[in-house]
Write a protein that binds this ligand. Structure first.
Ligand code: F6P
Length: 323
């Protein structure tokens, strides 16, 4: 293999730049030519492909977002789109890809490999931490810390005004951001998609807290919770405890930005390098992840189909600590 290309795809996450940097520099170190593709699969289809070298990735390790830009491509889901993508890769003589993204990105890469035989090694770039085959995804730690900072600030004002706050965090169908930020922020309850939410229990818990003179409470709600959004849940709860002062904050996209934490930079760096080393080693259609602090490669089939469960200890601890 002489030429590879790297792209970022799907929702951006802090640490993607550190990963791109590691890919480019590891490729150069190994004597490979390396290209960047802008805006994920859309750039592959349009031929928005450019040569990169060691200098192209200077001064980006600390930056949030992605210098390669990102997109969710509808066209790549069509056979015509993938044919155009292949034609461009063929014209550039690119023989292997590094894809930094999540589930959708790897689903596309697997389809592409089955049709055109282009090997891809992926790095898990998503704040959601919803990928099987890695303990943590790139950007998750930063997103949790951003959410935690917001929860701490909301706790100050909640306490001053004796209010109940429902705080909605991202995560798509995963409760990882919610459980980690909720546990770290001392939330009274955390509602996640992985377990069935019982509103009666939430209401009883709040009433109980009031009786115990606990005048403010924080309830962290994962956006994918089965009972709906934080606003929906708050509206329903309010009907049963009308004398409580309930507020809702949806943290939204601030969780996707910002300078990556040390953990995310190092994770991204290790996995970026592992992607290139994996390609050189002849790996195809696998995701590089870190499990128990060791690099492991998991087939895309597994990362796409297998669920990463929430550690039951985390849920249990929220309950135990809310006494
Ligand atoms: O996958 C990352 C993520 O931020 C999810 O947590 C969220 O559900 C989704 O992307 C939001 O996507 P968009 O930025 O396209 O609205």
């Amino acid at each position: 293999m002489k030429r590879i290309a790297v792209f970022t795809s799907g929702g951006d996450s802090p640490g993607m730049n550190a990963c791109v940097r590691a890919v480019v520099r590891t490729a150069v170190y190994n004597g490979l030519e390396v290209f960047g593709i802008r805006r994920g699969y859309n750039g592959l289809i349009k031929g928005d492909i450019f040569p990169m070298d060691s200098q192209s990735v200077s001064n980006i390790v600390q930056k949030g977002g992605t210098i390669l830009k990102s997109a969710r491509s509808k066209e790549f889901m069509t056979p015509e789109g993938r044919q155009k993508a292949y034609d461009n890769l063929h014209n550039f003589g690119i023989e292997g890809l590094v894809a930094i993204g999540g589930n959708g990105t790897f689903t596309g890469a697997l389809k592409f490999f089955n049709e055109f035989g282009i090997p891809t090694v992926g790095a898990p770039g998503t704040i959601d931490n919803d990928l099987y085959g890695t303990d943590y995804t790139i950007g998750f730690d930063t997103a949790v810390n951003t959410a935690l900072d917001a929860i701490d600030k909301i706790r100050d004002t909640a306490d001053s005004h004796d209010r109940v706050f429902f705080i909605e965090v991202m995560g798509r169908d995963s409760g990882y951001i919610a459980i980690q930020s909720g546990l770290g922020g001392g939330a009274e309850k955390v509602l996640v998609p992985e377990t069935q939410t019982n509103l009666e229990d939430v209401i009883e818990n709040l009433k109980d807290n009031m009786q115990r003179s606990k005048t403010s409470s924080i309830i962290v709600v994962a956006e994918g919770d089965d009972e709906g959004s934080a606003q929906d849940i708050a509206n329903r709860v309010k009907q049963y405890i009308p004398n409580s002062d309930i507020r809702v904050t949806t943290l939204g996209h601030i969780q996707r930005g910002g300078s990556p934490t040390a953990y995310d930079r190092i994770l991204a760096t290790r996995l970026g390098a592992a992607c290139v080393e994996g390609l050189l080693d002849g790996k195809k259609c696998v995701m590089a992840g870190l499990m128990n602090n060791e690099v492991v490669y998991t087939p895309f089939e597994d990362t796409i189909t297998l669920k990463k469960p929430l550690h039951p200890d985390l849920l249990r601890l929220v309950e135990i600590l809310n006494i």
